[in-house]
Design a protein around this ligand. Structure first.
Ligand code: ZN
Length: 437
């Protein structure tokens, strides 16, 4: 914290000698390209960039083509660093029916990440919340046979169940199937294992006032074991100090498909950050913008499966981690009317002050906010390995997240040009100053 005032002046001095940021632009043209990239990545043809219909791998192929067009140098054959993962997928039938009603996958219900498969029908057993306060009710619940029932419980009760002795969770697992009613919104995720019973998440408002008597569920679940996916990795060689690296990262994968029709477009998460990475690469690849340091561009796979691609890279680095001067991770760059949050902003004080200064000078974003550490995206494995890193994300509407509504059509890109310029200034400043920790 000390010395930040002196530092500000020093940073300002450096700034005066830097060329002004290239406008992304005022110009509709580059923002058109950004929109085209996001449209393409979030289109049904890429199947939600997951592990059904080869979606993630199609996206990787596309990115490798873009890297080549831009003129990046591959750090692995065809820019690709393959690695395996195990992930539960829902490639086929997915249906939920009760009392003659058919709910819509993606909109009314989704499969829980670890859902097992099966074609199941049976009477409903409503979870009795008395068991949290009444021992006798707890004993009754444990004696109630659930093998033929579809157990229905509210999300808050499902969470509270974990605080009870394990015997309760084991009993819940004996139900034929399980439905969790969630308030407000459905939120999908990925799991690396498969439970024995079908498990669905249902929007509470779609659940009838009077509980239905019979429910029919069909889930086709396939545990894809040792599935090969990849990181896409390229770089631009520095003109003065090629062995020092600035690094830009973004994950290109998302949650894939759920059932035959529903898919997760992942426009904000993270077609937007991937588009930003490509725009920064386009900029620095131009002969007049060639950086003094090398700049690596790492598009990670399998972030949504638990930061698997970035962890793999840190364990098998294609550039020495010790030679990374600073890393910027980009995830959720499609909104922005409320400004940006900088994860690790409280850790790397000097660098954060640089960002704030640059943002004030350029009036790029309405506000910056610093956070401490968080393992919420691909910067985390690098941070843990001692690489100075920020994760910048934009805040604003809409807040669609891990649902079928995260589409390009509703993504405003309000803060995109601003954060683009801020990132450019920051990268140039890192290239011009001594290392910031
Ligand atoms: Zn995500």
């Amino acid at each position: 914290m000390t010395g930040s005032a002196t530092f500000r002046l020093a940073a300002l001095g450096l700034l005066l000698s830097l060329p002004l940021a290239e406008p992304l632009t005022a110009s509709a043209q580059d923002l058109d390209r950004v929109r085209r990239t996001i449209n393409q990545l979030s289109s049904p043809a890429l199947h939600g960039r997951g592990y059904v219909q080869g979606g993630a791998n199609k996206a990787a192929r596309l990115l490798a083509q873009r890297f080549a067009q831009i003129g990046l140098i591959p750090l692995a054959p065809d820019f690709r660093q393959p690695f395996p993962l195990t992930v539960n997928t829902f490639p086929g039938k997915l249906s939920l029916r009760f009392d003659g009603q058919q709910l819509r996958p993606g909109h009314d219900f989704i499969a829980e990440p670890e859902s097992g498969g099966g074609k199941v029908s049976g009477p409903v057993a409503l979870f009795d919340t008395l068991i949290f306060s009444n021992e006798a009710a707890g004993r009754r619940f444990l004696q109630q046979p659930l093998q033929n029932h579809v157990l229905v419980l509210r999300q808050r009760d499902a969470e509270r169940l974990r605080t009870l002795p394990e015997v309760f969770m084991r009993h819940v697992a004996t139900a034929r199937a399980r439905i969790t009613l969630v308030p407000n919104k459905l939120t999908a995720s990925l799991a690396d294992y498969q439970a024995t019973q079908p498990q669905l998440q249902v929007l509470a408002e779609r659940w009838p006032q009077t509980a239905p008597r019979q429910i029919a569920i069909t889930v086709e679940a396939v545990l894809a074991a040792n599935y090969t996916t990849q990181n896409v990795i390229g770089y631009l060689r520095g003109t003065a100090q090629p062995d020092s690296f600035l690094v830009v990262t973004a994950h290109y994968d998302h949650l894939g498909r759920m059932g035959k029709r529903a898919y997760f477009p992942g426009a904000n998460d993270n077609a937007s950050g991937t588009a930003m990475l490509l725009e920064l690469a386009e900029h620095f690849a131009k002969p007049e913008n060639r950086p003094a340091y090398s700049i690596a561009f790492l598009a990670f796979g399998a972030e949504e499966a638990g930061l698997i691609g970035s962890r793999y890279f840190v364990q098998h680095p294609l550039i020495p981690l010790a030679q990374i001067r600073f890393l910027l991770n980009l995830d959720l760059e499609g909104t922005g009317q409320d400004g940006a949050t900088v994860v690790n902003g409280r850790i790397h004080e000097r660098a954060y002050q640089q960002l704030v200064q640059l943002n004030e000078t350029g009036r790029y974003l309405p506000a910056l906010a610093a956070r401490g550490r968080s393992a919420n995206s691909d910067h985390a494995p690098f941070s843990e390995a001692g690489v100075p890193a920020f994760f910048l994300y934009l805040r604003g509407q809409p807040t669609f997240y891990h649902d079928v509504l995260d589409r390009s059509e509703t993504l405003p890109l309000t803060g995109f040009p601003g954060i683009y310029k801020l990132l450019l200034d920051f990268l140039r400043l890192q290239g011009a100053s001594s290392p910031s920790k």
